[in-house]
Design a protein. Structure first.
Length: 113
């Protein structure tokens, strides 16, 4: 875990968060500034700064995150949804800890993102 990483602190339960699911490798919690009726963050328990910092050892991590997103979407009753990963400040990444956004729950209208 990294010092001064808000997501590491959430993983370690140092910061309260609305955790939806936890496994050995991933934690899923509600985004505090949701951009959709359902906005969950899927975060690895291991600190990885972003996709560009993945190593060979992390090869299955993104796959696990996507499968978790699929399972969470089903659990949330989402027929359609958006998955998003921001990489670096220029790509919109605000927290320097790899995370996957699961957004959905819009009624039959186009999401406003």
């Amino acid at each position: 875990m990294e010092r001064d990483c808000v997501f590491c602190d959430i993983v370690l339960s140092k910061i309260p968060s609305e955790i939806v699911r936890r496994s050995n490798d991933l934690v899923v919690f509600k985004d505090i500034k949701p951009k959709a009726p359902v906005h969950l963050l899927i975060v690895p328990t291991k600190h990885v700064q972003s996709i560009k910092d993945l190593t060979e050892e992390d090869r299955m991590l993104m796959s696990d995150m996507i499968y978790m997103a699929r399972d969470m979407a089903e659990e949330q009753g989402l027929e359609g949804y958006r998955l998003s990963v921001n990489v670096g400040r220029e790509g919109g990444q605000v927290v320097d800890h790899l995370h996957l956004h699961l957004l959905g729950g819009w009624s039959n209208s186009q999401p406003d993102l």
